[in-house]
Design a protein around this ligand. Structure first.
Ligand SMILES: Cc1cc2nc3c(=O)[nH]c(=O)nc-3n(C[C@H](O)[C@H](O)[C@H](O)COP(=O)(O)OP(=O)(O)OC[C@H]3O[C@@H](n4cnc5c(N)ncnc54)[C@H](O)[C@@H]3O)c2cc1C
Length: 479
């Protein structure tokens, strides 16, 4: 016999657990399906809860405000003042984002799944979700294998996809105009990170700062991405690196090297003079791991008939920082709420669920397309241009505005006259002006995110054309 629920939530990571909690709290009959044992809820892969663990306070505050769930120690492992982005030559530092936390990911994942169960959602462990059940182009449930390896099917009125970047449901949706099955490799960062204890030697805040999360832009060490040193409690750190496939290939070919993500992380650690006496902190078997993260705008629609997606399954991480914790939690809360409303209204149509698209755009998603354009521009700059640009192109305030997807008001053209020298720098600056214009256009388009499904296709075509133009203009050029 096939089982039946109002809502199946696939994946109980940050997005899935909060979606399940919201839906159950709203009165729906909810089951969460996850491959992990209950005690290891949210573990992404055998590598663990692979993440940089950093999240801005504003996201934590949003969760508390929306659902009254207060996150405290020990889930919020360490409070930090902000995120500092350093130029490749380390001579310039911009402070992005305000206060935030370095989370204990295993503990926070457990807290959220406990919360979902408390709200009435059922947790089913050791389940491998293999795909959606589709009838007449509508998702009506999921299929997969249980812990004995036996095939199961569960039917539901709505499926919420919280399976993360490699979602087996999204990939098997019928080809459609709302949600892409795959993310282009150009929009993916391969990442890895270690959690380490170390013995700080001397003090150099460019390499390790106990009060700030450090991001090192460096196209030779981390082509198409960046390296990071995020402090944790004690003298522990989360240290890692992300790279983009084309960038690393170009960089290796030009430098006659054969580096991989793995060798680059080790080189990045060796490059950092403060990293002495390193020892892996393998608590919860979460010391070392590799996984991927998307760096594009979220999918243009987050729903398909019978289906809603939240978190990494919908490419929600921030295109320039790759921060996906905040958007995953935000989307989980919003998706769960809208799904519960749809169940109690007995209306799970696209028209009803569309309010989730609108709400996510309002609360978080409206600047991500602009950030995607900026990310593509940034990947076209080598270390010299980034160094020069961080000194001459933008003030810290302007750079911070851009990091939030805003477009600085002051006239960039005035700088053009006064400050710039060298043809490569002038071209890079002209390209920044072009990118700024595109960002403005994209923000304008997202201000007019379709309020109903009917206007969606026409809107989407324009957005895609704008971004296509940016991607045609800028190619990765790391060295
Ligand atoms: C190295 C790295 C560093 C990062 N650093 C940061 C950072 O510092 N700050 C930040 O904000 N973001 C960061 N991110 C991104 C962030 O980790 C993700 O955005 C976030 O975990 C997304 O949560 P999610 O719930 O959508 O998906 P996930 O956390 O991936 O959860 C998915 C859940 O579904 C389960 N699952 C998947 N497939 C199946 C299946 N077929 N059957 C059953 N269960 C399944 C998984 O086991 C897991 O429990 C980083 C990512 C990486 C890879």
């Amino acid at each position: 016999m096939e089982e039946s629920y109002d809502i199946v939530v696939a994946g109980s990571g940050l997005a899935g657990s909060l979606a399940a909690a919201g839906a159950a709290r709203g009165g729906a009959k909810v089951v969460m399906l996850d491959r992990n044992d209950y005690s290891k809820a949210g573990r992404k892969t055998n590598w663990g809860w692979v993440c940089g663990d950093a999240v801005a306070k504003t996201h934590v505050d949003f969760i508390e405000k929306e659902i009254g769930l207060k996150l405290n120690e020990p889930h919020l492992d360490l409070k930090v003042d902000g995120v500092l982005v350093l130029s490749p030559d380390l001579s310039k530092k911009f402070q992005f984002e305000g206060e935030g936390y370095s989370l204990d990911r295993p503990k926070i994942a457990k807290l959220l799944v406990d919360y979902a169960v408390k709200q009435g959602a059922e947790y089913r462990p050791h389940v491998e979700v293999e795909g959606p059940i589709i009838e007449n182009n509508v998702v009506v449930g999921v299929f997969g294998r249980d812990e004995k390896g036996e095939q199961f099917k569960i039917r539901s009125k709505i499926v919420i996809d919280g399976l993360g970047i490699a979602s087996t449901i999204r990939r098997k949706l019928p080809k459609n105009d709302y949600i892409e099955n795959m993310v282009s490799t150009d929009d993916i960062e391969s990442t890895g990170r270690y959690i380490m204890k170390f013995k700080p030697e001397g003090e150099d805040l460019r390499y390790y700062d106990p009060k700030n999360a450090l991001i090192h832009l460096n196209q030779e060490l981390a082509p198409g991405g960046y390296g990071w040193v995020f402090p944790k409690t004690g003298t522990r750190i989360n240290i890692g690196l992300g790279v983009e496939k084309k960038s690393i290939e170009i960089r290796n070919a030009k430098l006659n090297k054969k580096d991989t993500l793995h060798t680059l992380i080790d080189q990045y650690i060796a490059w950092n003079p403060m990293m002495k006496g390193l020892e892996m902190d393998n608590t919860d078997e979460n010391g070392k791991g590799y996984w991927s993260v998307t760096v594009r705008r979220q999918f243009d629609s987050l729903i398909y008939p019978g289906y809603m997606g939240a978190g990494d399954s919908m490419a929600m991480p921030n295109p320039i920082s790759a921060g996906g914790i905040g958007p995953a939690m935000t989307a989980g809360v919003l998706a769960g709420k809208v799904a519960a409303e749809a169940i109690s209204a007995k209306d799970t149509s696209m028209e009803f669920l569309w309010k989730y698209n609108v709400k996510f755009n309002e609360v978080y998603g409206s600047k991500t397309a602009a950030l995607e354009a900026f990310r593509v521009y940034l990947q076209s700059l080598n270390n010299d241009l980034i160094n020069y640009g961080m000194h001459h192109f933008l003030t810290e305030d302007e750079a911070v505005a851009i990091s939030y997807g805003n477009v600085p008001e002051i006239s960039l053209a005035s700088k053009f006259q006064k400050l710039l020298s060298g043809i490569a720098n002038i071209n890079a600056f002209k390209n920044l002006l072009y990118t700024r214009d595109k960002m403005m256009k994209l923000n304008g388009l997202y201000m007019r995110y379709p309020s109903t499904e009917k206007e969606f296709l026409a809107w989407k075509r324009i957005v895609n054309a704008e971004l296509h133009e940016v991607k045609q203009r800028f190619q990765p050029n790391p060295v």
